[in-house]
Design a protein around this ligand. Structure first.
Ligand code: CU
Ligand code: ZN
Length: 186
């Protein structure tokens, strides 16, 4: 008899737990209308470092394949210029050195896209036309808005020279002409 009562109480407890748990689940799924999608877009405004005149805007948009990077930069000398995501979201130093080295969460060697064996921040080169303007458009498979490869709060640097994709760990792209921090777009 005692055992039956215990079982009865136990099953009643289970039922009441269930009825409490269900509306809670519903509530939390309703509070997040776009579950697991998170950040869809990020922006970076580039400002010139001291003594330079390079500026621009970069947008990062989540697409099916990865992150689409679109950059429009002006004030460059014609030709190729290294274009990287750097490790620290800090452009306070006049020469941009506060941005640190290339964003490299996986501890890879420097390289360029579309190679996947590279620093996550290795976005290759911009190519400026005679008017000093460069347009860059590329869908990257390595960078992300979440997890270890998240670029949110990192920085972008545009360099003086072309990235050679060989020299470690910088690509020998010279001085830092512009710097900006990557922020979530609202
Ligand atoms: Cu760089
Ligand atoms: Zn690199």
């Amino acid at each position: 008899m005692k055992a039956i009562i215990t079982l009865l109480i136990f099953s009643m407890l289970l039922i009441s737990f269930k009825t409490v748990a269900q509306p809670n689940n519903k509530k939390s799924s309703m509070a997040t209308p776009a579950p697991s999608n998170g950040t869809q877009k990020a922006t970076c405004i580039l400002n010139p470092t001291k003594g330079n005149n390079v500026s621009g805007t970069i947008t990062f948009t989540k697409v099916k394949e990865g992150i689409k990077v679109v950059a429009d930069i002006q004030g460059l000398t014609p030709g190729k210029h290294g274009f990287h995501i750097h490790d620290k979201g800090d452009c306070s130093a006049p020469d941009g050195s506060s941005a640190g080295g290339h964003f490299n969460p996986a501890g890879m060697e420097h390289n360029g896209p579309p190679d996947m064996m590279r620093h996550a921040g290795d976005l290759g080169n911009l190519e400026a036309k005679a008017d000093g303007k460069a347009h860059y458009e590329y869908v990257d498979l390595l960078i992300s808005f979440e997890g270890t490869n998240s670029i949110i709060g990192k920085s972008i640097i545009v360099h003086e020279k072309a990235d050679d994709f060989v020299t470690q760990p910088t690509g020998n792209s010279g001085g830092r002409l512009a710097c900006g921090v990557i922020d979530i777009s609202k």
